[in-house]
Design a protein around this ligand. Structure first.
Ligand code: SF4
Length: 315
């Protein structure tokens, strides 16, 4: 059984269905360190585009994976940090589009959408999903904790200008957190900013997986409904995701390979193992518990498992 290095999943995406992930950024290299990040704190803050991995190697792997004709709704370039920090993003997207008739989506924090090279690279994507969680410099620093040189006004302008020229689908996402940006005053400010952006969809999200900072709490259903009323978006279903998949035969190794890129809670692991007809789920959980490269986080009354982030630049 082949081990894939850059391609993972498919994993269920609450916005996009069954998604094959392409990761071209070393774990937790990002130009933000969002307080809600499900991957934990950013270990390498960087705002410099780099050629982290050879894009042809990534495309070769994706081609090999797609030969097996897995069921997919979308291919998502998501990285394990910020995807637009990859200097060959354009070549990667163009190459992926030659391999499949499925849409190619890119999830981004939007911080580099003002960069001409990034804009050009993204122009071939079918869907771009930028985030807008903050509404001014102060809230940006509190929520997204950007790299020193990044200002909120520039990021907002970058997203707004990008929305004017991008011909694909632009899906915005706003992460709401209890007492941080979900009061009416914050929502009105977010609405004003969103009104300036030409987007196709808006998703209202809240941290359903353990955030980087434990004091961050999800918004209440009432506040999410209020946001949907005011902003006009769609609340992402908070239910546990189904549909995780791995080609790896060994059940434990299959779980490990997913949680390195995408945290799973105990219920998701259990249903994943049941779907694979795993005969000894207890042993898989015991091995996860004893592996010190797996974080176990008690959040919202159940345990979420996440691969411990390590900085391995250019490996
Ligand atoms: S949520 Fe995205 S932008 Fe924020 S720190 Fe995590 S990877 Fe970076």
């Amino acid at each position: 059984m082949k081990e894939y290095r850059y391609v993972y999943g498919p994993v269920p995406s609450r916005r996009m269905g069954i998604s094959l992930g392409v990761s071209q950024i070393p774990q937790k290299v990002c130009n933000n360190s969002c307080i809600y990040c499900q991957l934990g704190r950013t270990l390498q803050m960087s705002n410099k585009k780099e050629d982290f991995y050879n894009y042809e190697d990534i495309l070769d792997e994706a081609a090999d994976y797609l030969k097996g004709k897995p069921y997919l709704d979308v291919i998502t370039v998501v990285g394990e940090g910020e995807p637009t920090l990859y200097s060959h993003l354009g070549e990667l997207i163009t190459g992926l589009k030659k391999l499949t008739d499925k849409p190619v989506a890119v999830i981004t924090n939007g911080a580099l959408l003002m960069d001409e090279e990034v804009k050009k690279g993204l122009s071939n994507a079918d869907i771009v999903l930028p985030s807008l969680d903050a509404y001014d410099e102060k809230s940006f620093k509190i929520i997204n904790r950007p790299h020193g040189k990044i200002s909120f006004s520039e990021v907002y302008k970058g997203i707004r200008d990008f929305s004017e020229t991008f011909s694909g689908q632009l899906w915005m996402e706003t992460m709401l957190m209890n007492g941080i940006n979900d009061d009416d005053a914050s929502l009105y400010k977010l609405k004003e900013l969103l009104d300036g952006i030409k987007y196709d969809r808006l998703y209202i999200n809240t941290p359903v997986r353990p955030p980087a900072e434990c004091e961050v709490k999800e918004s209440s259903v009432e506040r999410i409904e209020r946001a949907v009323d005011l902003l006009g978006g769609v609340a992402i279903n908070l239910a546990a995701s189904k549909g995780f998949y791995s080609e790896i035969k060994d059940d434990y190794e299959a779980v490990l390979s997913i949680i390195k890129r995408h945290p799973m809670n105990q219920h998701e692991i259990k249903s994943f193992l049941e779907e694979r007809d795993c005969q000894d789920k207890d042993t898989v959980f015991e091995k996860l518990l004893s592996n010190d490269e797996v974080e176990k986080i008690d959040y919202k009354g159940y345990v979420t498992y996440r691969g411990v982030a390590k900085v391995k630049k250019g490996e």
